[in-house]
Write a protein that binds this ligand. Structure first.
Ligand SMILES: NC(=O)c1ccc[n+]([C@@H]2O[C@H](COP(=O)([O-])OP(=O)(O)OC[C@H]3O[C@@H](n4cnc5c(N)ncnc54)[C@H](OP(=O)(O)O)[C@@H]3O)[C@@H](O)[C@H]2O)c1
Length: 321
């Protein structure tokens, strides 16, 4: 069990102007300017580091996020206390165009792994965790011996942890399969990045089991892509919203901090990711580290879970904006 969960910063919304969330106002109100976007990203990473963030989670699928980190690191002397996790398997294809037909392409082949690793390895020595981006049964990646052997080689040579991220209704099944994969007598995967939040708690038991076998759990989508904030599009969450609002007043923090704190107290994961894309939201998210929900309030929140089928069908309806 990890006593001190850290909050890392996920760069999905920093490296590309459009990503999946509940916002209805399009970013494209003013024309996209690459230089401004790039500079804003660099400034955000600098500010986050100054505010104490010591882990950034990125991926080639997050537009220029890896490049931002590489450029930022190259402008500094060594930063040994900074850890980075990245992934492979998605290629960003939207080219900053909000009307793009396809924002990303998934490919879990050895060729894609080699191609993306060539870039990502430049993040060493700060790179600590290398993950399969959204491992599923459909892509066959957990049965692809060439890929698994190559990941093991990378793990050994660069002294990295190999992980995977999960998404969708069968996260728990994917985790169960992945946790048992061994190469040369060693477990290949030691970190697992999963969706867990007040609405989708389907990975609760498997995460507890993994933690008890000394594996690292990283929580993503802790704010359910923004669905934890009161929203008239989801009238059936009225009770959840009332409780979150009451707890936010009681603990004098935002609803975001209550929802993040819920994830921290669920099983003390290694890390919970903030998905903030501006410094004010990040600051509010970090308040989750400064208070504790009473046992009674934690239990109250845990009762708002919904079925993974309902959760993920609602998630599918969110758009890129
Ligand atoms: N398959 C995968 O591997 C995968 C999938 C999804 C995410 N992830 C990782 O997890 C990270 C976080 O996930 P996420 O971005 O999807 O989810 P999230 O944390 O559940 O939600 C982020 C949303 O919450 C909003 N928000 C945050 N703080 C707020 C505040 N104080 N007030 C109002 N709104 C606030 C953000 O708005 P603003 O943007 O306006 O701040 C954004 O719309 C990603 O960056 C990525 O690293 C991985």
């Amino acid at each position: 069990m990890h006593q001190n969960t850290i909050i890392g910063l996920g760069l999905a919304a920093t490296g590309r102007p459009q990503y999946i969330n509940i916002r209805s106002i399009q970013n494209a109100a003013s024309p996209f300017k690459y230089h401004n976007f790039y500079q804003k990203g660099l400034n955000f990473i600098t500010d986050a580091y100054q505010m104490g963030v010591r882990h950034f989670d990125t991926a080639p699928g997050y537009g220029i996020a890896e490049q931002l980190l590489l450029d930022w690191l190259s402008s500094k002397n060594d930063i040994p206390d900074l850890a980075i996790s990245t992934k492979w398997g998605y290629t960003y294809t939207a080219n900053f165009d909000p009307t793009a037909q396809q924002h990303e392409i998934k490919e879990h082949s050895l060729k894609k792994l080699e191609e993306q690793w060539t870039i990502s390895k430049q993040l060493c020595p700060n790179l600590k965790i290398y993950q399969i981006h959204s491992a599923t049964f459909e892509t066959g990646v957990l049965e692809n011996e060439a890929v698994l052997n190559r990941l093991f080689e990378i793990k050994q040579k660069y002294n990295l942890e190999i992980g995977l991220t999960t998404t969708g209704i069968n996260q728990a099944d994917v985790l169960k399969k992945a946790q048992n994969i061994k190469i040369q007598g060693q477990y290949l995967f030691t970190t697992f990045q999963v969706t867990f939040n007040i609405f989708d708690q389907s990975t609760f038991s498997i995460c507890k089991n993994l933690i008890s076998s000394n594996k690292k759990i990283i929580i993503k989508e802790a704010l359910a892509n923004g669905r934890v904030f009161p929203n008239q599009n989801y009238p059936y969450y009225r009770d959840t919203y009332q409780t979150l609002t009451a707890l936010s007043k009681k603990y004098k923090v935002g609803i975001d901090a209550i929802a993040l704190r819920f994830c921290i107290q669920a099983f003390s994961p290694y890390m919970v990711l903030s998905g903030a894309s501006n410094i004010q939201h990040l600051r509010e998210n970090l308040h989750a580290l400064s208070f504790t929900l009473s046992q009674e309030d934690f239990i109250r929140l845990s009762k708002y879970r919904i079925s993974p089928v309902d959760y993920w069908s609602e998630r599918k309806q969110l758009s890129w904006n």
